[in-house]
Design a protein around this ligand. Structure first.
Ligand code: CO8
Length: 271
């Protein structure tokens, strides 16, 4: 359900196949309260359900961002966490783990458009997306140690995967913030754009570029990468071989190869 009225803490806008999902709690710098986590779960489930030929693939890519211009997401909700007991906190962490796994399984690209602070849970939400585009105003960090905490929404797994163990350890142990240029240098962000307008234009353009490809192939490529990450080479290759085989069962694979041989553009249908 993409009706924005369904969500208390998110704004949803579907334009030209691009679903922009904006965490909308600017007064708390878009902190991921339990309500936001629950709304994210609902929204990503709805997107997942729409990604079929029968449903017409209305969403060809997602941009995740934050409202207000000052923050992408400033982390988990510190006010809510301050009164949680260990079991409630653990359940809170696991519910957000569920959201990050949903994002990784989604067959369409998800780009985090980071303008302002992406700290703690905000950096972890961005890391669960396929890749990050940042504005020059972006700031990243895992400041949990300042609060007597550790990363809890996937940062201990996905930050080392993205930037390597050394830089991830340094960021997590110091709680230090880094700017957009440093994020780019580390490979945390794929691109840095001058401002918010350029950031969104770039994210939309990339989704448009991907939307011209065979959607099942893009989904299978995404599934292969997510499945193989963190596994042994042999297991990763098995997962890739399964995905490759699966691609051969699609009409789009026949269309893509035939179009190449007939020297014409392919017309993909997502079947
Ligand atoms: N949670 C709740 N409220 C927040 C948060 C947050 N993470 N961040 C900011 N706010 C609120 C502030 O309390 C303030 O509210 P009010 O106006 O009512 O006082 C409002 O947003 C504006 O913030 P500031 O006045 O602090 O704005 P500044 O410009 O002075 O500073 C900062 C901006 C530097 C971003 C600052 O707000 C800050 O340091 N925020 C906290 C960042 C942080 O530590 N994030 C990590 C949180 S821990 C985490 O994410 C762990 C994830 C895993 C949890 C797993 C649980 C099991």
């Amino acid at each position: 359900n993409f009706d924005p009225g369904t969500y208390e803490t998110l704004e949803l806008d579907l334009t030209d196949g691009v679903l922009t999902l904006t965490v909308n709690r600017p007064k708390a710098l878009n902190a991921l309260s339990r309500e936001v986590v629950s709304d994210l779960w609902k929204a990503f489930t709805a997107i997942q359900d729409s990604c079929t030929h029968d449903a017409g693939w209305p969403v060809r890519g997602v941009i995740v961002t934050g409202a207000g211009g000052k923050a992408f997401v400033a982390g988990a909700d510190i006010r809510q966490m301050s009164s949680m007991d260990p079991d409630t906190a653990s359940e809170y962490g696991r519910s957000m783990h569920g959201v990050t796994l949903l994002i990784e399984k989604l067959p369409v690209p998800v780009i985090a458009a980071v303008d302002g602070f992406a700290l703690g849970g905000g950096c972890e939400l961005a890391l669960a997306c396929d890749f990050i585009y940042a504005s020059e105003a972006a700031r990243f960090g895992q400041p949990e140690v300042n609060l007597g905490l550790v990363p809890g929404f996937g940062g201990s797994v996905r930050l080392p995967q993205r930037v390597g163990l050394g830089p991830a350890r340094e960021l997590i142990y110091t709680g230090r913030q880094i700017d957009a240029a440093e994020a780019l240098r580390l490979g945390l962000a794929n691109r840095v754009l001058a401002d918010r307008d350029e950031l969104f234009a770039a994210a939309r353009a990339t989704i448009g570029e991907i939307a011209a490809k065979a959607p099942l192939a893009v989904g299978l490529a995404k599934q292969s990468i997510a499945g193989a990450t963190g596994r042994s080479t042999a297991k990763g290759l098995e997962i890739e071989a399964d995905a490759f085989r699966e691609a051969f069962t699609t009409q789009d694979m026949r269309e893509g190869t035939t179009a190449f041989l007939e020297k014409r553009s392919a017309v993909f249908t997502g079947k």
